[in-house]
Structure formats: structure tokens, C-alpha cells
Design a protein around this ligand. Structure first.
Ligand code: NAD
Ligand code: AKB
Length: 315
């Protein structure tokens, strides 16, 4: 049985991935980790370690103690926070990733680490953005993501570390709030629709971005980890997407369930600049061809499920 170490396990993806992996591989085989212990089912349901990925020794200790086969590196600083704290973003996203890869090389672990649509930039083709294309991002988060893709490729080519990753779009979920990104509005809009009946959107109405519902993101990670490595050509940077919409699109989808819901705009220039530099929609054919990527949720299916689950959670 494989043993996993998940870094950043209390975050938006980690809190759900940990539970799904524990279901499939057994609680004892999935070690969650984070900067501190919190009241969470993730901490209570299986092994948990304090691991700051910027601290090489903490990463190495956790890997040795639990005899880890796979490190799933979800610890990161996201785009909006990264623009406020660029040196922290570099420290965690680059030096932290370097530590993960070094420990993986020494202890013969495989590594999954996600990239993002942020790895693209203003001169990347915006529509049907190809798998292999221009990547000149203009955010610190984007710089660390494109450099991270290259670093993971390097560790595979040079040292044979089995590195894998996807370029996630904005992820929408109800279990854990997002950690400070540009796509977060597409989560907050559901909370405000249910709790206030109105939402003020920080991005303008023409802003299209790729998005995905969390169950598809969790399946993407597990499917890629379980894929036959010999069939993978784009190991660390697979474009994956499930839908592309602008604020009007998600608003109209919610309005089908909450007819009185209203939305206005108060554009945040920092977020808008970031969003404008990202693609409108990705071409994810390489992921489909190389490991069978096949998302299940479109916008309306996601909205229906999000509203149902969030209503239960908020009651
Ligand atoms: P998140 O912000 O919700 O969670 C990240 C976690 O990392 C947090 O719990 C934070 O406390 C922790 N962390 C921060 N610094 C750390 C450090 N030095 N050591 C250990 N832990 C640290 O992020 P997420 O949304 O779960 O994202 C996980 C990964 O997926 C990141 O690499 C992110 O770039 C990528 N990604 C996420 C999205 C999305 O929409 N959520 C989209 C594209 C890519
Ligand atoms: C962000 O907005 O920073 C993230 C991402 C798309 O990487 N959600």
C-alpha cells in the first residue's frame, strides 16, 4: 500500500483530498501536515505532523518517520496574497518546493505538486490556451508556478524523481474557504447568495476564467497519481479545466435557484489585473489523451450541488 504525505493539508484542496485518500488508501497511510494543528477532521481522523515546507528538516523527518512513498505538496501562497507578500510567496512556493524535491530525491519518493492557470501571462494566447505555449506571467505567484513546473521537470529528467502535476483553474468548493486567490469570488458568491441574497463582485463582467468543482479536482489528482507514468509526456503541467465563465455566467446559474439574488460590481484593480493576465479558456486535450482526464461537473451541475451542500453546512 502506498503511503502519502500531504503538505498544506488544512487548505482548500488538502482538507478534501486528505479525506478522500484516507477513504481509498486507509487512514494510517495518509499523513496530513500543516503549519499548526487546527480543530479539523483532517487532524482527528489520521496521522498529522507539523511541517513547514520551508524547513528542510521538518519535511525530511516526516518522510522518514512515516516511510513515505508520495509527497503531495499543496502548501503554497496563492495569487492575491502573493502580490501582497511576494517574498513569502517565493520562500514557500520556490524554496519550499525545492526542499520537497530534495527530500524526494534522497528518500526515493514521488511528488505531486499543482501548477495553476497563473503560470500563463498577458501574452499567452487567451482562448483555447494550448498545452505548450508562451509563459511569461507577471505575478509573483505565476513566476513561482512556471518556475516550479520547470524545477519538477528537471528533477524528473536529471534525478528520475517521479514528479507529476496539473495546471489547476479556479477551484470551487464548500468544505474549506479558498486561501487568498483571484478566483475566490466564484466561491464567495455562493455564500453571499445564500446568506445575504446579494453579492458585490470584485472583477468586471467581461472577466472569463477557467474553473472547476472540487470533486473533479480531487479526481484529477488521484487519477494522475495512479496513471501509468510511461504514458506521460507533460508530467508536471497538464492543462485541466471543466468550465469557463464570467461573473454574469455564475450569477445567472445561481439565479435559477435563487430568483431574488442580485449582484453589483466594485472592481478591485489588483485582482482585475491578475485576472486579465490569465487565459479565458484552456485546451486540456493532452490530459485527456495521456491519462484520461474527464471532468463530471459543468457550471449548472456544480451550482446545484454547491447550493445544496452549502445550505446544509450553513444550517
Ligand atoms: P490554500 O491556501 O487553501 O492552502 C494552502 C495551505 O498551505 C494552507 O493551509 C497554509 O496554511 C499552508 N501553508 C502556507 N505556507 C506553508 C508552509 N511554509 N509550509 C506548510 N504549509 C504552508 O491553497 P489550496 O487552494 O489548497 O492550493 C493548494 C495548491 O493548489 C497550491 O499549490 C495552489 O497554488 C494550487 N492551486 C490551487 C487553486 C485553487 O483554486 N484552490 C488553483 C490552482 C492551483
Ligand atoms: C488563485 O486565484 O490564485 C488560484 C489559482 C487559479 O491558482 N485560485
Amino acid at each position: 500500500m502506498k503511503k502519502f504525505l500531504i503538505t498544506g493539508a488544512l487548505g482548500q484542496i488538502g482538507s478534501e483530498l486528505t479525506m478522500e485518500l484516507r477513504k481509498r488508501y486507509g487512514n494510517e497511510n495518509v499523513v496530513a501536515s500543516g503549519l499548526r494543528k487546527e480543530d479539523s477532521i483532517v487532524v482527528e481522523s489520521g496521522p498529522f505532523e507539523i511541517v513547514d515546507i520551508a524547513n528542510y528538516d521538518q519535511v525530511a523527518e516526516a518522510v522518514k518517520k512515516h516511510d513515505i512513498d508520495w509527497i503531495i505538496n499543496l502548501a503554497a501562497i496563492l495569487s492575491a496574497v502573493g502580490e501582497q507578500k511576494p517574498s513569502l510567496a517565493w520562500e514557500v512556493n520556490m524554496n519550499g518546493l525545492f526542499n520537497i524535491l530534495e527530500v524526494a530525491r534522497e528518500h526515493k519518493c514521488a511528488v505531486f505538486t499543482p501548477s495553476s492557470i497563473a503560470a500563463f501571462g498577458p501574452n499567452t494566447p487567451k482562448d483555447d490556451t494550448p498545452q505548450d505555449t508562451i509563459q511569461r506571467p507577471n505575478t509573483m505567484y505565476g513566476v513561482t508556478k512556471v518556475a516550479g513546473e520547470l524545477l519538477c521537470d528537471y528533477y524528473y529528467e536529471k534525478f528520475g524523481v517521479d514528479t507529476r502535476g496539473v495546471r489547476f483553474p479556479g477551484l470551487i468548493s464548500y468544505a474549506t474557504l479558498p486561501g487568498g486567490g483571484t478566483t475566490d469570488y466564484a466561491v464567495h458568491i455562493y455564500y453571499d447568495a445564500l446568506q445575504k441574497g446579494e453579492f458585490t463582485c470584485p472583477l468586471d463582467q467581461d472577466t472569463y476564467m477557467d474553473m472547476m468543482y472540487m470533486p473533479d479536482a480531487i479526481n484529477a489528482i488521484i487519477d494522475l497519481i495512479e496513471a501509468d507514468g510511461s504514458k506521460l509526456k507533460h508530467r508536471n503541467a497538464f492543462n485541466v479545466t471543466a468550465m469557463s465563465f464570467n461573473p454574469e455566467g455564475i450569477f445567472n446559474s445561481i439565479k435559477k435557484h435563487i430568483p431574488d439574488f442580485t449582484m453589483d460590481y466594485d472592481v478591485n484593480p489588483t485582482l482585475q489585473k491578475i485576472a486579465n493576465s490569465w487565459p479565458n479558456s484552456l485546451d486540456d486535450s493532452a490530459a485527456k489523451e495521456e491519462w484520461g482526464w474527464n471532468p463530471q461537473y459543468d457550471l449548472d451541475a456544480m451550482t446545484k450541488d454547491m447550493l445544496e451542500k452549502l445550505k446544509e453546512k450553513l444550517n
